[in-house]
Design a protein around this ligand. Structure first.
Ligand SMILES: Cc1cc2nc3c(=O)[nH]c(=O)nc-3n(C[C@H](O)[C@H](O)[C@H](O)COP(=O)(O)OP(=O)(O)OC[C@H]3O[C@@H](n4cnc5c(N)ncnc54)[C@H](O)[C@@H]3O)c2cc1C
Length: 330
């Protein structure tokens, strides 16, 4: 058993950015001594646009094309699990990495169950324990208030899901080999099929990919101020996010939610407005480089993490800030 299998994701027919982050995690493990090379498995019904150049950090790219794997295998869970189990039978990787996305958080544990393997969810770091030769993972616990380090028991495959934003994607152009992997024989076991995909329309940058995020919380007092946040995000080329309190209140959709039970983000700038900074919210911000907070409570938890902060009422602070940004943007 050797090697690292990275389960990539597909977005609009191309390798999704989160796959590059997984490859960075895999490279870290390889650098610490996990041998056997790094394989990136990519699933879909049409992978004709994908080439090794799009997968820097991968020694080989395994393309698994099948109609049951439509939309990158997100349509039904049986198909990707069966396909990946077949890859496992063929290549016996020591470590299997998923992103902790909607797809990976469900498919990773299912594959682990099928293989009888342990799984570590929502990891933010990985390392090789030189004494045991097994992987150790770091993951947030107690609502993000502490970090715990876990080791994998036994000697079988080790499955982990990695929090998006925990690693910087490998950059450059890939030079690995590309091979097709035929899964026709195992797809007879598929019991669930994709009936319909409902795409939620959104404009601009995806929250997960945004370099600038303007985020609002309960302190905004209602849905209307989010219009200003959207305007600011548009000027700055960013995206709008929210705390769970704002989403639960129905002010914005739950797809805006950042945190433990929402999205993990990794912007260079995170502007938080009327958000207290509860640990469950901050759990989604471990990859944020610069947090700037506007909050009228100087003791709010958000200020512990903020690089810059304004203690004040957002209704007084934000208009002047927006006017300056509009001026600078011309
Ligand atoms: C299991 C679990 C999972 C959770 N997951 C998440 C998650 O994924 N994401 C998440 O966000 N939360 C999550 N929560 C909820 C979390 O604990 C907090 O309740 C939530 O983050 C609070 O949102 P908030 O900061 O917007 O609201 P509040 O905590 O009510 O804070 C509002 C802030 O606005 C400030 N404010 C008020 N008026 C103004 C004004 N005029 N100008 C400036 N500042 C003002 C206040 O001083 C306050 O700090 C979770 C909770 C649990 C138990």
């Amino acid at each position: 058993m050797s090697g690292i299998l990275v389960v990539g994701e597909v977005q609009d027919g191309a390798i999704a950015p989160v796959s590059g982050e997984l490859l960075a995690a895999a490279r870290k493990l390889a650098g610490e001594g996990v041998g056997g090379g790094i394989s990136l498995a990519v699933m879909g019904d049409d992978l004709s646009a994908i080439s090794a150049a799009d997968a820097p950090g991968a020694d080989r790219v395994i393309l698994i094309s099948h109609p049951a794997l439509k939309d990158g295998g997100t349509g039904g869970y049986d198909a990707p699990v069966l396909a990946l189990a077949a890859i496992y039978e063929s290549t016996s990787p020591d470590v299997i990495l998923f992103a902790k996305t909607d797809f990976g958080a469900v498919t990773g544990p299912r594959l682990a169950f099928k293989l009888g393997a342990p799984v570590a969810q929502d990891c933010i770091d990985l390392a090789l324990d030189s004494d045991t030769g097994r992987v150790v993972v770091t993951r947030p616990v107690f609502g993000g208030n502490a970090l715990a380090v876990y080791g994998f028991d036994g000697d079988g495959p080790q499955v982990a899901t990695i929090r998006p934003g925990a690693f910087d994607a490998v950059e450059g152009e890939g030079t690995g080999t590309v091979e097709q992997f035929d899964v026709d024989d195992v797809m007879g076991g598929v019991r669930t099929v994709l009936v319909e995909t409902v795409i939620q329309e959104s404009e601009g940058v995806r929250l997960e990919d945004a370099d600038i995020i303007i985020s609002g919380g309960r302190g905004l007092g209602g849905p209307e101020p989010f219009d200003q946040l959207h305007e600011l995000a548009n000027i700055l080329g960013g995206a709008v996010g929210a705390s769970r309190a704002a989403c639960d209140a129905g002010w914005v959709d739950h797809s805006y939610q950042i945190g433990l039970t929402g999205k993990s983000v990794k912007p260079s700038l995170y502007l938080s407005i009327g958000i207290s900074g509860a640990s469950q919210h901050m759990a989604g911000l471990s990859g944020a480089r610069n947090i700037v907070a506007i909050n009228k409570d100087g003791d709010a938890n958000i200020f512990k993490a903020a690089r810059f902060g304004v203690v004040g009422d957002w209704e007084k602070v934000l208009p002047a800030f927006m006017a300056t940004v509009r001026d600078l943007a011309g």
